[in-house]
Design a protein around this ligand. Sequence first.
Ligand SMILES: [Fe+2]
Length: 263
Amino acid sequence: MEKAFTLVQITDPHLHASSEGTLLGMNTEDSLKLIVKRVQEEVSNIDLILATGDIAQDSSVGAYENFVSFVEPLKAPMRWIPGNHDNRENMATVAQGTDYANAITELGNWVVVMLDSVVPKKVYGSLAQDQLDTLKQALEQFTDKYILIAFHHHPVSMKSQWIDKIGVKNSDELQKIIAPYNNIRAIVCGHVHQASDVVINGFRYISTPSTCVQFLPESKDFGIDSSGPGYRTLTLNPNGEIDTHVSRIEGVDFKIDYTQQGY
Ligand SMILES: [Fe+2]
């Protein structure tokens, strides 16, 4: 029997070089370490870690080095893509000699395509022409495989006015490219610090909680959610189906500064 592949999505850890670093009052190193411990307890034999951006909050080389060392106990290959808080050059420095930045990963019947949706110095995202070309080429090449696409920014509405302003601006171009392909099984993002799993125009869009602070779903204005840090497993089955599950750390009294009006 053909094998299923187990992916673990770890997103938006917002790490700093310093272990004292926080996001909205929460120590992001402590929460990521709890998540990694939880993954170790819950998932065996990880085929791939998907780190979908905002890996660093301070965009320092030290933060990326920290991330690599914190996920090392999971003993799994990793792919990472930047988010709006990240620095591509510093990520490239730390990724030297690794395959973290590979856009295309073949796993049996499946191909994972990782794209860079960052617009430098902007919170919103966009898929630049080279990224759209990478996607087009992959879709043309791998018509006989199931496809999972991942990038940082959300390409569809989260029913949240402030968040919808900071998604992928050129999502219409993405939609045009993917429209003819029925082998695309999901489009996965980070950025929104909340879980969602919806089907729009026949395509499945999945978002995943941050390993630190969460944002309030379906909120008009910026709002912090008290739900715990989380991660997602994605099991890619040989028949093209995806089983997915979000796991959160509950019952830990994380310090959060609810007075903040933005991040
Ligand atoms: Fe983030």
